[in-house]
Design a protein around this ligand. Structure first.
Ligand code: AHR
Length: 500
């Protein structure tokens, strides 16, 4: 028996909905085919956006979407993607797959997509190969409501009123594909570029995000913070957020490993490597604390998820991979960890939304499937905008290799906007079910209902069998002596909704 302790009287912080955010890059079939099919497509669409994909994302309550990259962002020149589609520049996407980019999905289309999704907008600007003027004019084009060359151009292109840009990234991975800069060089460039990311709409200031580290590059975090940070006596700092990128590669960056064909050793190795994100949050967070002890600057984990060897027979530059119960556990674990660190982690964007890496949706022509990762996000949506509650679960270490042992259980608990307590609990074991007793401090439990996702470790949905992995109601949780009593099956993600 493992005890789960919950103290509903102790609220630990607000869970930003953006912690469940997504990322879409001009990469493979993410934007084209996966989201945007064009107005003339036989696939049912609204202004070119696939209706099936948009509806599924709305159901999951997608809170924010990052675009246009990734590495693509630092090669993207936004003016190529505005105006009549026939005249937009065609070019080769040299970074991803060497295919033709016809720029038919640009600024207007992205804002239209977010409007249909009802989600916040996160635009990543080009610092690597773009100019200060280019970035500054993009912000003017997007957000200025007055007389100016860019506002006039926007109107000429059919959009009278400015849009709202919620988040703006100044460069991406500038330690690598975004210009191979040193932290000090980037920090100084950042100070300059961000100056011209103007807040034309003072009521809705843009949240500016600086490029953060890759994995455990603590020197980058320290260097950028030291160069860019402004003393607390200034009302406004130069940055609102600092990013962090961490992908889970079970077999390392070079080999990666199959998305579907793996054994129990690789299962635990993958989960252990994904749990490493908590160390990264703590360590990078400690460096940020040196400069920002009041946690004014958010940690923005705007690329995370599994990165496996792409599916056999597909373009290696498209990063298309299948998605199994292992991905479901990776998603469940990460989202629980982000919740527990909601005092610092203000946004996280899984890579990537459709058809790329750990996608929530896969498409093939007119067909669409929801992956196990989708179902996890759909179960976790109740944590959005909720208050994190103090919770603790007893665990034991499991696994097959000493180096990659993991706790058997992983959880987070929140008080939702709906007034209910939401528990999300993962059983990382491949073969053991666990009896759980949920103990609540000073709170009477009135009712409980649940939803579960469970299956074989490599179970996944295919276009032939689209519903093999899906959620079902979980009625195995009972209330006894004001405690929750239940058994969580092996290899599962569980959501309990508790009425108190
Ligand atoms: O998500 C794929 C790529 O991974 C992104 O373009 C880049 O930022 C990262 O290296």
């Amino acid at each position: 028996m493992f005890k789960l302790y919950i103290n509903p009287k102790n609220q630990k912080g607000h869970i930003n909905p953006e912690i469940q955010g997504h990322f879409s890059e001009h990469l493979g079939r993410c934007i084209y085919e996966g989201i945007y099919v064009g107005e003339d497509s036989p696939i049912p669409n609204t202004n070119g956006m696939r209706n099936d994909v948009v509806n599924a994302l709305k159901e999951m309550k997608i809170p924010v979407l990052r675009w246009p990259g990734g590495c693509f962002a630092d090669e993207y020149h936004w003016m190529d993607g505005i105006g009549p589609k026939e005249t937009r520049k065609r070019m080769i996407n040299t970074h991803w797959g060497g295919v033709v980019e016809d720029n038919s999905f640009g600024t207007h289309e992205f804002m239209e997509l977010c409007n249909q999704l009802g989600c916040k907008t996160y635009i990543n600007g080009n610092m690597g190969s773009g100019t200060v003027r280019e970035m500054s004019e993009w912000v003017e084009y997007l957000t200025f409501d007055g007389v100016s060359p860019m506002a006039e151009l926007r109107k000429k292109n059919g959009h009278e009123k400015p849009w709202k840009v919620d988040y703006f990234g100044v460069g991406n991975e500038n330690w690598g594909c975004g210009g191979n800069m040193t932290p000090e060089h980037y920090g100084n460039q950042y100070r300059q570029y961000q100056t011209y990311v103007r807040n034309y709409d003072h009521k809705n200031p843009i949240y500016k995000i600086a490029c953060g580290a890759n994995v455990d590059d603590y020197g980058w975090t320290d260097g950028v913070m030291a160069t860019t940070h402004r003393a607390p006596e200034f009302l406004h700092g130069f940055m609102d957020g600092l990013s962090l990128h961490y992908y889970t590669h079970p077999e390392g960056w070079e080999i990666k490993g199959s998305a579907t064909d793996f054994d129990d050793k690789v299962w635990y190795k993958t989960l252990s490597k994904t749990m490493y994100i908590e160390t990264l949050i703590n360590q990078h967070g400690a460096i940020m604390d040196k400069y920002d002890k009041h946690h004014k600057i958010g940690m923005i984990i705007d690329e995370w998820g599994t990165w496996f060897t792409c599916e056999p027979g597909t373009n290696p530059g498209f990063l298309y991979q299948q998605n199994t119960m292992r991905d479901a556990l990776v998603a469940g674990i990460n989202l629980n960890i982000f919740n527990k660190h909601c005092d610092r982690v203000k946004m996280a964007n899984i890579a990537q939304m459709v058809n790329v890496l750990q996608a929530v949706i896969l498409t093939e022509g007119e067909k669409m499937i929801l992956t196990p990762t989708y179902h996890v996000f759909n179960m976790y949506k109740y944590h959005q905008d909720a208050e994190l509650l103090d919770s603790y679960i007893e665990t034991e270490k499991i696994g097959v290799e000493d180096k990659f042992m993991v706790p058997n259980l992983n959880e987070s608990v929140s008080l939702g906007k709906d007034g209910k307590i939401h528990i999300t609990l993962n059983n990382l074991s491949l073969d053991k079910d666990y009896d759980i007793e949920g103990v609540f401090a000073e709170t009477e439990i009135k009712d409980v209902k649940g939803t579960i996702l469970t299956g074989e470790m490599n179970a996944h949905n295919t276009f032939e069998e689209p519903d093999k992995v899906h959620t079902v109601a979980f009625d195995g949780c009972k209330i006894k002596d004001n405690k929750l009593v239940f058994t969580i099956p092996a290899c599962s993600v569980l959501h309990l909704e508790v009425t108190v």
